[in-house]
Design a binder for this molecule. Structure first.
Ligand code: FES
Ligand code: FES
Length: 156
């Protein structure tokens, strides 16, 4: 038994030590906004925030996360109120297939929380771990740059 803090809420869960965070989020907690694609640390679709840092949840064991704040895409908006990053994704047309979008948003959220005025190079580097075959990178970086320009950070 362990208690995971996800999107500000404690969740007691019984998990085997071998289970990855991605699996527990999706199957035990029903948080399917975190996507399961390669399960090998290649695609970034499973990105979540651990203490504000973007990580691949397929490469983290759930038992490693008990002392950390876990954030998934479901935890970002407050009702109909989007975060600044989410609003910028819409405004800049930074979303394409949607399967990758949650991870892309969380990578940008993480980058902007670490450095609210992150420049284009830093934002570009932050999204390199999210593979996108449709090439939405320019708009993703533009969206995050729009938030950085206001120095409002990613907490929205
Ligand atoms: S599912 Fe985790 S990086 Fe692809
Ligand atoms: S947003 Fe999914 S492949 Fe580009």
């Amino acid at each position: 038994m362990l208690t995971l803090t996800v999107n500000g809420q404690p969740h007691p869960v019984a998990v085997e030590p071998r289970r990855i965070l991605l699996d527990v989020l999706r199957r035990d907690l029903g948080l399917t906004g975190t996507k399961e694609v390669c399960e090998m640390g290649n695609c970034g679709a499973c990105t979540v925030l651990l203490d504000d840092e973007a990580v691949y949840s397929c490469l983290v064991l759930a038992v490693e996360c008990e002392a950390q704040e876990i954030e998934t895409v479901e935890g970002l908006a407050r009702g109909q109120e989007l975060t600044a990053v989410q609003e910028a994704f819409v405004a800049c047309d930074a979303l394409q297939c949607g399967f990758c979008t949650p991870g892309q948003i969380l990578s940008m959220e993480g980058a902007l929380r670490r450095r609210p005025d992150a420049d284009e190079a830093a934002l570009t580097e932050a999204v390199t771990g999210n593979l996108c075959r449709c090439g939405a990178y320019r708009n993703i970086v533009a969206a995050a740059g729009r938030v950085a320009a206001t120095s409002s950070g990613g907490a929205g």
